[in-house]
Design a protein around this ligand. Sequence first.
Ligand SMILES: *[C@@H]1O[C@H](CO)[C@@H](O)[C@H](O)[C@H]1NC(C)=O
Ligand SMILES: *[C@@H]1O[C@H](CO)[C@@H](O)[C@H](O)[C@H]1NC(C)=O
Length: 221
Amino acid sequence: FHCISTRMHNCLFNSLQQLEQELAGRLLLLTDSSQEQQSELNLKAPTSFQLRIGVARDWPDARAVWSVWSLLVWVNIDEHLRLVSMREDANVAEAFQCICISLQKLEKYYRGLRHPFIWKQQLGWVTSSPANVGTGLRISVLIKLQHLPTHKHLKDVLKRLRINMDKTDSPELYNISNMATFGFTEVALTQLVVDGVKLLTIMEKRLEGNLSIDELVPAQK
Ligand SMILES: *[C@@H]1O[C@H](CO)[C@@H](O)[C@H](O)[C@H]1NC(C)=O
Ligand SMILES: *[C@@H]1O[C@H](CO)[C@@H](O)[C@H](O)[C@H]1NC(C)=O
């Protein structure tokens, strides 16, 4: 959900300040940031689409990025809050834990300020983008693949594993992520991606050795 009212704005900054005292983080207000800092964070000016749907109202007012170690909290960019934990290694569980703990802390502060996160039976966590319906959780892993991307069974494999495989800027580097954010718990969605990446890696190794992957094509999850 995006909410740019002053009350919400203060609420958020109070929360982040409390979190800041607990963990030494850095809060960067978009209005105070340089072009350099913005490009470092890959922050782009709103698109015409974002302007049309109202997500970019009063830009760059009340927008911020808060960072501590491997955690980034995007404030009022596309959602009111978006937490991102990034790692160089393959420890997805650690990244997941970082998000859970930080969210719980933030939620506690929000609750204290009487602005709890909103959860609805039919929508899950209420977000501004319908693409994030349900848990709103995206897990993505970048892996190198050479043979699998052109394999005839690829589409089937991805569909059955319920994962996406997107190209990135570098050739042979693919972005594996969960297809949907709903229908599974956060833990199960994370496991889905971890298991998917494991199987894709095994398949890639077999193809490298000119072996068939037919017997590895999974049943629908
Ligand atoms: C990987 O895909 C996810 C989900 O679509 C996206 O949020 C993320 O920015 C992508 N990462 C890269 C490096 O392309
Ligand atoms: C797999 O097949 C290719 C083309 O036939 C060949 O060049 C390559 O050496 C083979 N690799 C292995 C590990 O057998």
